[in-house]
Design a binder for this molecule. Sequence first.
Ligand SMILES: N[C@@H](CCC(=O)N[C@@H](CS)C(=O)NCC(=O)O)C(=O)O
Length: 210
Amino acid sequence: MIKLYHAPLTRSVRILWLLEELGIPYEVEDVEFEPTRDTFFQQKTPFGKLPTLEDDEVVICESGAVLEYLIDRYGEGRFAPEPGSPERAAYLQWIHFAESTAFAPLGVLAWLGVYRGEGGRYTELLADARSRALQALAFVDRALGERDYLVGDTFTGADVMMGFTLAAARRLGVLDESLPRLGRYLDRLMARPALKRALERKPGEGSSRS
Ligand SMILES: N[C@@H](CCC(=O)N[C@@H](CS)C(=O)NCC(=O)O)C(=O)O
């Protein structure tokens, strides 16, 4: 049985959302996210990080890796282009861009500005992070153009990865009306029933499919 260690508003939302899209049985271990000041890898999961997933003998963290693992193993051809195809290259690019390039400056804004509440002390650093985040979002916006999804015409795991990043950008005030097309893309993702189920789930509810 698949078990997801999950806390609302953390990157484990990506995996809960994906599990709902896949429609496979899973259970959730609710974890209370504890932001600490100096120590990391201390969350109550096998690796101390959220998300972490167990699937029989497999124990894996890193949301992008977990997502690729689940789609490869349970996707049955859905949510990812064929390995080796040009679309696969785009799919991999956006999975990694969403977490590595776009989320990195947002993480600085969230960590220093929100969790540590030290915006006043790091004004220049936060302004730089905001500018870098905005430029990353503008890059996504240009690539998306008028299409509905990042890769071809189909919803894929890349949209799951980017959806969480864009939702964080909106919460942090980085994704605003200056990028209306990207805002509409996020709205389209937010309207997906699987994401709604993931966001509406309350701690202790178990899984809708276990
Ligand atoms: N790049 C990792 C980031 C994982 C991560 O840092 N998750 C946060 C919650 S969103 C966490 O566990 N923080 C506690 C810590 O860093 O020790 C991923 O995409 O899964």
